[in-house]
Design a protein around this ligand. Structure first.
Ligand SMILES: [Zn+2]
Ligand SMILES: [Zn+2]
Length: 150
């Protein structure tokens, strides 16, 4: 479904859906909850026996960002990660500094901040919060190890 609408959108914008673009986009659709880097995309394609060069993967991803299909994310790791730029689905990210997992935080959790700022006259258009810390899984593990050391 989603894939078809993307294809149509590409066509409407006079962009061609080349097999490579389709493949790269499909990786993101199949891994919807992940935040993949270009290397991950390349590895997934490679493991599925698709021969797309690394340079093509990088170029295609950048193009898909330009088209507005992918959102580019920088978690300060020295690489960019990407996710589908789903319309009407804004969310923020929580990055666990222990396991490195990236969690999605729904927009509504930060509504109070938006409200607060809007009351001061700020107009919100787009926002992208990155919260760094320790995820519930890791914090539970930490607590356990502290208890067992006693
Ligand atoms: Zn964690
Ligand atoms: Zn995300």
């Amino acid at each position: 479904m989603y894939f078809d609408s993307l294809k149509k959108e590409l066509k409407d914008k006079n962009y061609r859906m080349t097999p490579q673009r389709e493949l790269v986009l499909k990786v993101f659709i199949d891994n919807e909850n992940e935040h993949l880097g270009a290397e991950d995309v390349y590895r997934i394609l490679f493991n599925n026996k698709h021969s797309v060069s690394k340079a093509t993967v990088y170029r295609t991803i950048e193009l898909l960002v330009e088209f507005g299909f992918l959102r580019k994310l920088d978690f300060g790791e020295g690489i960019y990660r990407y996710e589908l730029a789903k319309k009407n689905h804004m969310h923020h990210h929580f990055i666990c500094k222990i396991c490195g997992k990236i969690y999605e935080i729904e927009e509504k959790h930060l509504d109070f901040l938006k409200e607060n700022l809007e009351n001061q006259g700020f107009i919100f258009e787009d926002f992208d919060f990155k919260i760094y810390g320790i995820c519930p899984k890791c914090s539970r593990k930490m607590k356990k190890s502290i208890v067992s050391k006693k």
